[in-house]
Design a protein around this ligand. Sequence first.
Ligand SMILES: Cc1cc2nc3c(=O)[nH]c(=O)nc-3n(C[C@H](O)[C@H](O)[C@H](O)COP(=O)(O)OP(=O)(O)OC[C@H]3O[C@@H](n4cnc5c(N)ncnc54)[C@H](O)[C@@H]3O)c2cc1C
Length: 405
Amino acid sequence: MKILVAGGGAAGFMAAITAAQQSPDHHVVIAEKSNQTLSKVLISGGGRCNVTHQPLDFVEFSGNYPRGSRFIKKILHEFGPEDTIKWFEQKGVKLKVESDGRVFPVSDKSESIIRCLRDQAAKYRIQIRHKYNFICCEFKSGSWEVTFNDDTTEHYDRIILAMGGFHKSVAYDLFRGMGLKVNEPVPSLFTFNSPANPITELQGISVPQARIRIEGSKLDWCGPLLITHWGFSGPAVLKLSAWGARWLAERKYEFIIFINWVANISESELRALWIGLRDSKSQATIGNYSGIAMPGRLWKYLITNSGINLESRWAELSNKAIESLINTVIRQPHKISGKKTFKEEFVTCGGIDLSEINHQTMECKKLPGIYIVGELLDIDGITGGFNFQNAWTTGYIAGKSAGSL
Ligand SMILES: Cc1cc2nc3c(=O)[nH]c(=O)nc-3n(C[C@H](O)[C@H](O)[C@H](O)COP(=O)(O)OP(=O)(O)OC[C@H]3O[C@@H](n4cnc5c(N)ncnc54)[C@H](O)[C@@H]3O)c2cc1C
């Protein structure tokens, strides 16, 4: 059987290797548009490749996908994070789980993952063609006739489309032309710009547990927050950008956020604490004593923004001043205007609608013999290894069904 995999990324390799494993008689070809396969794997995870996330209960694991969560939950039992870890370890790549659940090669080098995938492709005699674009396909005389960028055509029994996500809507015309429903692409996983915001002078300061809420929406996330020279970054911002990807795009990335810098303390606890300090720390200057865990420079900034003198003593603080301090510390508004990619790491929200796909095989319901995998589908996860897991899971299922006789 002749099987074409269009796209030599993580999902394409997993699909091609799994398809080739189904029978030694299969002729599997990977057609890659660029001059290098697995280029995203190489730069992923800051060059370390966050291969997957530690195995969790499927409901919890799939809760990390803003798009495609229900679909992923249905297919993880076929090839989940535990299978990914086993797959690589059985092929000699030692993996480790970091304290936040991210899984990396022990070598801390994405090359270990690339070498493993390329060795497997060589073992199963998968033909890899570079600078070879899949242009279109048509069902003719019992098989799929594929046209490539050099105008040549070839016939294949099965085709696995693994071209990844695209920024531009026009890139999906090929799939619209095949009669497939496409959800408009917008970026996910980005940081927030806050131009001319004086807080950016505190760049480099981070807090472990902040809460960010977006005005006029239900978007709200808690986690580490970092002040940068352009605005705000850190896991809380990235996660919010993923969950709010489409809502934020519709507003052209112009919105207001409210930051609670001490998300682990309730408003009433904070009020009681600071009212108590009027007695217990009456002579301490406010600028030098906060009673809470907070970087000193951020504390001084927030006091000044509350209209309180840094040199005032706790005993001198009126109820009104305490309310003003509470408001600044737990719900100061910041205007966001624009976004930036995080270490060039972004994924596409949008892509081929999951209603087009049979989740048991990854085959297109309307186009028998055509399978779709990876980020080309409308599935994306938050950071932490969830996006590669989508590539491994969907790639494996498509490879297994496309390669079955
Ligand atoms: C900088 C960066 C770091 C990341 N780090 C991580 C991480 O550590 N962990 C994680 O889980 N996720 C990470 N991600 C996300 C992850 O890389 C992607 O979700 C994943 O690579 C998607 O795999 P894919 O095979 O579907 O697509 P891709 O990896 O994008 O591969 C698609 C391939 O198809 C090729 N192609 C496109 N069109 C055609 C065509 N017409 N014909 C032939 N070939 C074509 C492309 O050139 C490409 O090689 C990162 C993303 C970026 C950008």
